[in-house]
Design a protein around this ligand. Structure first.
Ligand SMILES: [Zn+2]
Ligand SMILES: [Zn+2]
Length: 324
């Protein structure tokens, strides 16, 4: 290509890049909103529930995901549907650590699709917005293959974005996968993260995580039936975040008897959770991954939890912020 044409091309390319950047910036919610609550002045660590739903596509509840904010950083646990848009919504409400461009570490509890459908989103969207650091991804065995296969599925996208006029950086889509066994999983200046095995039906290894940060302890159950390991991992913890269902298990596709058996082996009922939180001496309990069956309501859930457990109880909503 003659040099003057190259120069013209470069000038056009720079203008286009500036346009694309302005477009992306406009797409990232501004934290300047004067009405935004001062979430950042909350005492860290705190938890932002990004999605409190289940596989069911409840419009008001995104897929399971939450962020623990410590030392100004966001540590995601699970990456369900909607995770990056919800992070951006929290950012717009003043949680600076959830600027989608800065999201770069995630802990996955297990490989069920409801907990991982947002993985391509967390890998790719922050990169498209300019993140240059690879995603640091923790999870049970199989998480590395999942990340590799997602990158294969999006190979054409990555090729076009890195070699075409979008001029995306060549590093931010990469994933450093860390297959995690029970024990200390991660440590930095802000947090220590300990993984423990829970009991999620036929999964060979499903994990819960305990976060210790600034003298506070937060335990996240992932999906599990009542698990003694979780009672031990909490053992007086400041905040226990646990999955729950309420109401008699029913399924549109399975016989009731089979579904009752499935729920008992994979999940935890409200009554079981109250008993578990009491035995774990949790100082506070936040219920998430909320499965309401046969018309059961949030009021029913709250009442059942409070009947069997005397600490502070939160039935989490999407974008709710909870302090331990
Ligand atoms: Zn689940
Ligand atoms: Zn599951």
């Amino acid at each position: 290509m003659p040099s003057h044409r190259f120069t013209q091309f470069s000038a056009f390319s720079l203008r286009l890049t500036a346009f694309v950047n302005a477009f992306l910036l406009a797409s990232t919610a501004s934290a300047q909103n004067p009405a935004a609550p001062p979430a950042d002045r909350r005492q860290e660590p705190f938890v932002v529930f990004l999605g409190t739903g289940t596989p069911g596509p409840t419009p008001s509840r995104q897929g399971p995901s939450l962020a623990i904010i410590a030392g100004g950083n966001a540590y995601l646990v699970d990456v369900g549907v909607g995770v990056v848009r919800q992070a951006n919504a929290a950012y717009a409400k003043g949680v600076a650590a959830l600027n989608p461009r800065g999201v770069r570490i995630a802990f996955v509890t297990h490989l069920h699709s409801d907990h991982t459908l947002g993985l391509p989103d967390v890998i790719l969207t922050p990169w498209v917005l300019g993140r240059a650091a690879p995603l640091e991804l923790y999870g049970p065995p199989g998480i590395a293959a999942m990340a590799e296969n997602i990158l294969k599925a999006y190979a054409e996208d990555i090729h076009i974005r890195t070699t075409g006029l979008e001029q995306a950086n060549p590093t931010g889509y990469k994933v450093n996968s860390h297959e995690t066994e029970p024990g200390e999983a991660y440590r930095d200046a802000n947090v220590k993260v300990t993984a423990f095995a829970v009991r999620h039906g036929s999964w060979p290894l499903a994990l819960g995580y305990r976060f210790d940060a600034a003298g506070k302890s937060i335990v996240v159950s992932g999906d599990t039936s009542p698990a003694e390991n979780l009672v031990q991992a909490c053992n007086g913890c400041d905040l226990l975040i646990h999955e729950v269902y309420i109401g008699s298990p029913t399924s549109a596709v399975h016989p009731t008897e089979h579904w009752v058996q499935y729920m008992a082996s994979f999940h935890t009922s409200a009554r079981q959770l109250a008993e578990l939180a009491t035995r774990a001496h949790a100082k506070a309990l936040a219920a998430t991954h909320l499965a309401f069956m046969q018309g059961a309501t949030e009021g029913d859930l709250l009442a059942t939890l409070k009947r069997g457990y005397s600490g502070r109880v939160v039935v989490a909503h999407d974008l709710e912020v909870v302090n331990p």
